[in-house]
Design a protein around this ligand. Structure first.
Ligand SMILES: Nc1ncnc2c1ncn2[C@@H]1O[C@H](COP(=O)(O)OP(=O)(O)OP(=O)(O)O)[C@@H](O)[C@H]1O
Length: 253
């Protein structure tokens, strides 16, 4: 469903994302894990056609995210790491506007907005300006915007970062519901609890390179009993910069 084929991004001499080869299957929840500055957001911005790759490509359902960017957006719902909304629109208006931008007739967009606002617990604040929403409300509204056109694929950048425990749990429950409904979800995070709760498979990115992929059980070995230990070992800052652990693809990609 999502195929990375040597996708890379350089800023001058700096390799923010080293050539990335990876396949995410239809219906899979894939966690893209990495510490601060590892290259997660850069990768996601290339998936969304916001950044132009320096090399390689990424395909969603066979469509090139750069060359066929507009078509890809029909298939994909995107939650940015820091959703920003027009400051002169109310929550319901934003959702309706995004729905209409995706081509829904006005009446359908309004109905869809109402359904999502109720499901996401934003009904009571739907007439408030979204710029005044709390961080948790903004993430939920951003997620509702990502879902308004009922896409098959969700690409989510740090969906619960900065949320209090209840808001984080609410957002995770909403995502688990979407995964159960068959959505393919590519989610970046450095929060290992969330990965453990939600993901079928994870990839660990460190200094721009994918250093391991696999199901959580498969990534644990006799040296490491928890995902946290695997993560800390593979992203050890004291390791030689250009010699991370050998990439370890433990499931076929
Ligand atoms: N426009 C830019 N010019 C130069 N370097 C950049 C640019 N954008 C990002 N970088 C660098 O690329 C690296 C990867 O950044 P990126 O934002 O993708 O990391 P991340 O894994 O999403 O981190 P975080 O978890 O902190 O959000 C970082 O070292 C960052 O400083």
């Amino acid at each position: 469903m999502i195929e990375f084929d040597g996708l890379a991004k350089r800023y001058g001499d700096y390799e923010a994302v080293k050539p990335l080869d990876l396949a995410v299957r239809r219906g899979e929840v894939f966690g893209f894990l990495g510490p601060n500055g590892a290259g997660k957001t850069t990768t996601i911005r290339m998936m969304m056609g916001i950044l132009v790759p320096s090399a390689g490509r990424v395909l969603v359902d066979g469509l090139d995210c750069h060359a066929d960017g507009a078509e890809v957006k029909r298939h994909v719902g995107y939650l940015p790491d820091n959703p920003i909304f027009y400051d002169y629109l109310r929550g319901r208006e934003i959702l309706q506007f995004v729905g209409e931008m995706h081509g829904l007739p006005r009446r359908d967009a309004a109905a869809r907005a109402d359904t999502l606002l109720a499901e996401f617990g934003l009904g009571e604040v739907s007439e408030e300006f979204a710029v005044n929403y709390s961080m948790g409300m903004k993430k939920k509204l951003g997620l509702a915007c990502a879902l308004v056109h009922d896409p098959a694929v969700l690409i989510l950048d740090e969906p619960i970062n900065g949320l209090d425990p209840r808001a984080a749990r609410d957002v995770q429950d909403l995502l688990v519901g979407r995964a159960a409904a068959g959505k393919t979800i590519f989610v970046s995070t450095h929060l290992l609890d969330m990965a453990q709760r939600m993901c079928d498979r994870v990839g660990i990115i460190h200094r721009g390179a994918l250093v391991a992929t696999g199901a959580l059980d498969e990534l644990r070995d006799d040296r490491a009993t928890s995902l946290e230990e695997v993560f800390l070992r593979l992203t050890d800052e004291s390791a030689e910069p250009d010699k991370p652990d050998e990439p370890r693809a433990v499931t076929p990609q």
